[in-house]
Design a protein around this ligand. Structure first.
Ligand SMILES: N[C@@H](CCC(=O)N[C@@H](CS)C(=O)NCC(=O)O)C(=O)O
Length: 233
């Protein structure tokens, strides 16, 4: 079945689809979320040939009915549609270099609701110490602040902003307002990318619209974990 709007299938929360949502918003692709609530809904999706290529969500259903799995394939599709891959092959390769670093750094954000919050933050802190100096060096090398690659916005900036944002949310939810600025204080270039991306009208609209889900801490996190466990049974 097709409709005017692209549909992102996932659970009632962030998880592995959150980067796709930021990418779709930055690329100005209108979309809606289809949030699974029951294992029957998931089983039904799995049974339709061509819907879930890997028997997994996230999945993006395009308005013409075509379905695309794998969160980073969805991110890259939105990136190409929104022309956020930089200019030329070399910049695209540099964008990928940042994206893959973000994937390596982002594990503790994904596992956050499934762990004790303090332990999750300790892992997150380790990840920040390991990867944020690298992001700072990449932005420095690019020499066109605040951008990580080239002289205009790319998906590298958007997903770096998402990582900074989620990190701040995790630390603030666990240790209070000061914690985020303390941990991210030594990384002004990453914070500048974050500020720049958050000021974009399409991102402001996304963050204040129906496609925005709260960070999965506290009760939100517990509800999300229950939802995932129910659906995956
Ligand atoms: N590499 C995939 C991983 C997707 C994934 O692990 N999805 C999980 C939910 S977060 C899932 O659908 N698991 C069900 C299963 O594997 O049976 C992506 O990034 O999209």
């Amino acid at each position: 079945m097709s409709s005017d709007l692209a549909k992102l299938y996932y659970f009632h929360g962030r998880g592995r689809v959150q980067q796709s949502r930021w990418a779709m918003a930055a690329a100005k692709i209108p979309f809606t979320n289809v949030c699974l609530s029951t294992s029957a809904e998931f089983a039904q999706l799995c049974e339709v040939p061509g819907k879930l290529s890997y028997g997994q969500v996230p999945m993006l259903e395009l308005p013409d009915g075509q379905c695309l799995s794998q969160s980073m394939a969805i991110v890259r599709h939105a990136t190409r549609v929104g022309e956020l891959y930089g200019t030329g092959h070399e910049e695209a390769a540099r964008v990928d270099e940042v994206l893959e670093g973000i994937q390596d750094a982002r594990g503790p954000i994904i596992s956050f609701p499934f762990m004790n919050a303090q332990e999750a933050c300790s892992r997150l802190h380790g990840s920040v110490q390991r990867f944020f100096p690298c992001f700072e060096a990449l932005i420095e090398r690019n020499a066109s602040p605040p951008y990580a690659v080239g002289t205009a916005l790319t998906i590298a900036d958007v997903l770096l902003a998402e990582l900074v944002h989620s990190t701040l949310e995790a630390l603030t939810a666990t240790f209070g307002d000061e914690a985020g600025s303390q941990v991210l204080g030594p990384f002004p270039k990453c914070r500048a990318v974050h500020a720049h991306v958050l000021a974009l009208p399409e991102i402001t609209q996304f963050m204040n619209g129906p496609n925005w889900f709260a960070f999965p801490a506290g009760q939100v996190g517990k509800d999300y974990v229950r939802n995932v466990q129910t659906v995956l049974n």
